[in-house]
Design a protein. Structure first.
Length: 295
């Protein structure tokens, strides 16, 4: 793999028994390349309208405030200068190392919403302005808390408040982020796993409906109720996630990738990709690779 197609795997400053690393800084531009890291990260940016945020296969231009939680060690992310003209960007990056499993205190009921949020954030979780404003005061002052215990408690309060807010949305697709799908409904989970394993083949509604033990029309309604998307949209998004990952990780032709991801027509693949990603497959590959370096 060529040098430009590698992602920095960042070595974080967290050492030994450290719990939090907080970097509160003012700057004029974003220069750090795309990267990933073992520890969790909450990243807050203000006064950076026009910056492009890339998390996995999600690419968005942000407004005056941006807050994103990332809890996967393999999920690439970067904030790029793009069209931002601000000369006083503020960025607060909080990296933390909590073992949020059912075997410790985080497995208890008061932490249920936080555990769920951490799972969703494996794909990157972006918070709405209302949530940002709710925790702004704590975020603003966190780096000034000198006592480690109180700093951790203040940060835990931030996480808890965010876990209770409405409107947070995931960024990367599960297929790109290589995340195993989870769902409250066993029938939906069974169908999602089938789609994830057979995305390259033709997938019929009748097959999935039989798998769920329902009629096709009832299953379609059931699927949309549980996922918020109709079945065809969901399948397309899964295929595009795998296609995006192949564009980034391989040198295979766009034509090969389109057919290997279940699109039976190259022009159709190009059209759908551009509609969903707001760029062509070749532009996606080129833009992604431009930010990739190794150190």
């Amino acid at each position: 793999m060529s040098e430009e197609r590698r992602v920095i795997h960042e070595i974080t400053p967290l050492m030994g028994k450290d719990v939090l690393y907080i970097a509160d800084r003012h700057k004029k531009e974003f220069t750090y390349p795309i990267h990933s890291h073992e520890v969790y990260e909450l990243n807050f940016v203000e006064r950076a309208k026009g910056v492009k945020r890339i998390v996995g296969d999600s690419s968005e231009v942000i407004g005056d405030y941006d807050l994103v939680l990332i809890t996967s060690p393999d999920l690439e992310h970067v904030w790029e200068q793009h069209e931002c003209t601000s000369d006083d960007i503020r960025e607060v990056t909080i990296q933390f190392d909590f073992n949020m499993t059912n075997e410790n205190i985080f497995g208890r009921n008061p932490f249920m919403s936080m555990r769920k949020m951490m799972t969703e954030a494996k794909k990157g979780l972006c918070f709405p302005l209302s949530a940002i404003m709710k925790v702004y005061t704590q975020l603003d002052s966190l780096s000034q808390v000198k006592d480690g215990f109180y700093a951790v408690m203040q940060f835990m309060t931030i996480l808890y408040e965010l876990s209770k807010c409405d409107g947070a949305r995931t960024l990367a697709s599960s297929s790109f982020a290589k995340i195993v799908v989870e769902d409250d409904s066993r029938r939906i989970l069974k169908v999602k796993n089938f789609i994830s394993k057979n995305y390259m083949d033709e997938i019929r509604l009748s097959t999935l409906a039989d798998m769920a033990g329902m009629s096709p029309s009832a299953f379609s309604r059931f699927f949309k109720l549980h996922t918020g998307r109709n079945l065809s949209e969901y399948i397309i998004d899964i295929r595009l996630g795998y296609a995006s990952r192949m564009l980034v990780d391989t040198a295979r032709s766009i034509s090969e990738i389109s057919f290997d991801c279940g699109f039976n027509n190259l022009s159709n693949f190009n059209r759908i990709f551009k509609k969903k990603k707001e760029c062509s497959p070749s532009e996606f590959r080129e833009n992604y690779h431009k930010t990739r370096v190794i150190v």
